[in-house]
Design a protein around this ligand. Structure first.
Ligand code: GLN
Length: 308
């Protein structure tokens, strides 16, 4: 069965009774427990497809409603859920929606599902602007934009900046563009297809900030990832080469040509990479004030430096 995002479902809305839906939820909970899937995912599915809020789901108050509107029939909902259980398709691909910061983003299997830890990249960029006097008005780039999450986060937080979002996948760029349009940010973000800085030659020496969540997982580790990631998320967005650092190394080497003096270099990385990335930045000779920041789980997750 296709993804809901492919709009293969009937356009007309379907109705079920609260009791019917409640019975389905109970069965789904039992299946989730035995398949080791967080129960919260059933709530995510129903928030998107039945328009129920978290409180109604938590208190099960929807059970008493005579009629609930669904975006698909109950049997289609059950089929989607079976894809979650049997094929291990992430629920965000099934609904076509991921929540990230305060945005609701469209996602398809052409883009990585934006992760909660990545939300902090935007706060770090904003903090750098405030505390280091980085130019908030000029050009900011998101290299490897995927769903467009980082570009959208930057455009929304840095209200005077122009954002340039690059991805080598045209399918990913189509998703990113749509997300920017849906959020009314399309006039602030320019999209380019290409490899890293390649389409941005006209910005040489003028970029105030580069932010990226590049592929950083070592090729051999990709094969050991959980089936949701391994079977369904784009390897192009995950595989960082033999040591996981190929893309980050490329960004360390190429960014100095594009960043203005005092410009920010900011990337996400994997647990265990902080020392290697800090060494690369320190020894390059074009950066200063190299800093490592941890995510909410306490893992060293982000590297930040300034162009000398
Ligand atoms: N954080 C992602 C994961 O854990 C990986 C993202 C990336 O490689 N940039 O699957």
């Amino acid at each position: 069965m296709p993804y809901l995002a492919d709009a293969q479902f009937p356009k007309s809305l379907m109705f079920v009774s609260g009791l019917e839906l409640w019975q389905w939820v109970n069965q789904a909970k039992t299946e989730a427990r035995s398949s080791d899937i967080p129960l919260a995912e059933i709530d995510w599915l129903l928030q998107e497809l039945a328009g129920l809020d978290r409180l109604a789901l938590r208190l099960e108050s929807f059970k008493d409603l005579p009629k609930i509107e669904l975006k698909l029939s109950l049997s289609e909902l059950a089929q989607l859920w079976q894809r979650r259980l049997q094929e291990r398709v992430p629920v965000q691909y099934l609904t076509g929606v991921a929540h990230w910061r305060h945005f609701s983003l469209k996602v398809t299997p052409a883009v990585l599902i934006p992760r909660p830890e990545t939300e902090l990249l935007i706060d770090l960029a904003v903090e750098a602007v405030k505390s280091y006097g980085v130019n908030p008005k000029s050009h900011w780039v998101d290299l490897g934009t995927g769903s467009g999450a980082i570009a959208i986060g930057l455009a929304s937080a840095l209200t005077n900046a122009r954002v340039y979002a690059v991805d080598c996948s045209s399918e990913a760029l189509a998703v990113a563009r749509l997300n920017a349009e849906n959020l009314g940010l399309e006039s602030r973000i320019n999209f380019y297809q290409g490899s890293w800085w390649e389409p941005l030659a006209f910005l040489k020496g003028r970029v105030s900030g580069m932010v990226s969540n590049p592929p950083y997982i070592p090729s051999s580790t990709v094969l050991t990832l959980q089936p949701e990631v391994l079977k369904h998320e784009p390897h192009l967005a995950l595989d960082g080469g033999f040591d996981g650092l190929e893309c980050i190394r490329h960004l360390v080497e190429t960014a100095p040509d594009y960043l203005e003096s005092g410009g920010v270099w900011l990337v996400e990385m994997m647990a265990g990479q902080a020392e290697a990335v800090a060494d690369m930045l320190d020894s390059h000779g074009s950066y200063c004030d190299v800093q490592i920041f941890s995510d909410l789980a306490g893992i060293d997750r982000f590297a930040l430096a300034y162009r000398l």
